[in-house]
Design a protein around this ligand. Structure first.
Ligand SMILES: NC(=O)c1ccc[n+]([C@@H]2O[C@H](COP(=O)([O-])OP(=O)(O)OC[C@H]3O[C@@H](n4cnc5c(N)ncnc54)[C@H](OP(=O)(O)O)[C@@H]3O)[C@@H](O)[C@H]2O)c1
Length: 175
């Protein structure tokens, strides 16, 4: 079975975006020559699954959506035609990811978020690993990933790495 990894960043108090949907709180973490293992992680995946709001937030920042070498599935209740490597899927995210997991001879699946999609995949037991980067900032409000910033019950911390920027990266898997 292909591994599904939720790779995501949050504030110290558990928010993945501020009230306006911005991830500017991560800007101080962008340090020359430090990618927090992201490139190495990307080498192990060939599919990305993402909620429409997260997908749109990338475009709204003025970027093209990355991961052009991967199959990208954007979940939306208003699907539109496939565009290159992008599929806009209107059905259940859990059912789609369950089917993707069973595809043979494929690399891992990157769940980019946001919180809505992550919650549905976690609830369906489809996430194998969480790589959670925690920025040393409190936002107080915004889009919550986990209540009080803590992973759901049953998830066990396997490693914790502290970077010079102050970012802490925690890897979790199920007990
Ligand atoms: N810090 C980080 O690492 C990080 C990572 C990812 C995202 N973010 C931030 O998180 C925010 C977005 O997260 P979010 O939780 O609000 O939204 P999201 O999970 O990115 O997307 C939610 C959207 O997914 C679609 N969707 C949800 N459930 C569905 C279902 N059962 N069937 C079909 N489509 C479904 C809907 O799209 P439609 O409305 O089109 O129907 C829904 O509005 C953004 O501000 C983004 O910047 C931060």
């Amino acid at each position: 079975m292909r591994k599904v990894t939720l790779y995501i960043a949050q504030s110290e108090d558990g928010f993945i975006a501020d009230e306006s949907g911005s991830v500017d709180f991560l800007n101080p973490m962008h340090v020359e020559g430090e990618d927090y293992g992201y490139r190495a992680f990307l080498e192990g995946i060939d599919s990305v699954v993402v909620g429409r709001k997260t997908y749109q937030s990338v475009l709204d920042m003025g970027y093209d959506y990355p991961h052009t070498e991967c199959e990208v599935v954007v979940f939306t209740r208003t699907p539109r035609p496939q565009a290159g490597n992008l599929t806009f899927h209107g059905g259940s995210p859990a059912e789609r990811v369950r089917a993707m997991k069973a595809e043979p001879h494929r690399k891992g699946i990157y769940c980019e978020g946001g919180a809505e999609i992550a919650h549905q995949l976690l609830a369906a037991g489809l996430v194998d690993e969480i790589i959670l980067s925690i920025a040393p900032t409190k936002l107080g409000r915004g889009t919550v990933l986990f209540a009080e910033g803590r992973a759901p019950e049953g998830w066990v911390e396997r490693s914790r790495q502290r970077y010079d920027s102050g970012l802490i990266q925690v890897r979790l898997s199920l007990a």
